[in-house]
Write a protein that binds this ligand. Structure first.
Ligand code: MG
Length: 252
């Protein structure tokens, strides 16, 4: 069953989304060569708690995720664990994923940032991943099907020859961070559940410059890397479907 949220509930979700957006804005200001991902995590946690919210990733899953953000440089696709050993280098890209719970409502969003000057192909990777998010979101309208969102995201990756990471998906969100069903970043238009006003989605394309295959770090059981070592990007927002179309909730 997919929950349909009222206008009042969507306003609550937007407050959680705003916390996440504010943290991501700050992360973008802080990302630079020489900073550790642990420093980013500390600041993100401080801002989330200052807003009266709770870091949704901290303690999530099994083994419990040990930090407030996922900090995923270069070939790390998602779920990178912040560490004082991970120092950002000029020319890197880093994906930062933030989740916050405010009064029982969840917000979830991610961005990929350049560290200093980056190559043209990394710039393209970031840009195209963001474009794919927008293309997917544009299909999130009453009467469309979930497959329309997935197919639109995949079409953007295919057009630019990027690998769609298949092992990870977007999701519905609301009273829990991950609600069913999942939202693959590939699929066929015209298939899947019918979309309706009041649905809340976390749409999150994850693309790689190389192939789509990934590996899970056997030591920490969280870090997901591209198998071929190519860099990956991630762009995510929490959105609401309204009668007028999609609205981004994870925004300032
Ligand atoms: Mg998510």
């Amino acid at each position: 069953m997919i929950h349909l949220r009222t206008e009042t509930e969507i306003a609550q979700l937007a407050l959680a989304g705003r916390v996440v957006a504010r943290v991501l804005e700050r992360m973008g200001e802080m990302v630079r060569p020489g900073i550790s991902t642990l420093e980013l995590d500390r600041e993100a946690e401080r801002l989330i708690r200052q807003a009266g919210a709770r870091p949704a990733f901290l303690g999530y899953g099994s083994p419990p995720f040990p930090a407030s953000i996922c900090a995923s440089p270069e070939d790390v696709v998602v779920h990178g664990i912040p560490s004082h050993h991970v120092i950002l280098q000029e020319g890197d890209i880093i994906s930062i994923d933030v989740g916050a719970e405010l009064d029982g409502w969840y917000g979830d969003a991610a961005r990929t940032f350049p560290v200093g000057a980056i190559s043209a192909e990394k710039q393209k990777l970031i840009r195209v991943t963001r474009e794919a998010f927008c293309a997917g979101m544009d299909q999130a309208r009453p009467g469309n099907r979930l497959g329309d969102v997935s197919a639109a995201i995949q079409a953007v990756a295919d057009r630019h020859g990027l690998g769609v990471v298949r092992a990870l998906t977007g999701h519905f969100i609301g009273r829990e961070m991950h609600e069913d069903p999942s939202i693959p970043n590939f699929g066929r238009a015209g298939r899947g559940p019918r979309l309706a006003a009041g649905m809340i989605l976390a749409i999150e394309p994850m693309f790689a410059l190389g192939g789509w295959q990934v590996t899970l770090d056997p030591d920490d059981e969280w870090t997901v890397r591209t198998r071929d070592g190519s860099p990956a990007a991630h762009h995510e927002n929490t959105i609401a479907i309204t009668e007028e179309g999609p609205v981004i909730l994870s925004r300032l």
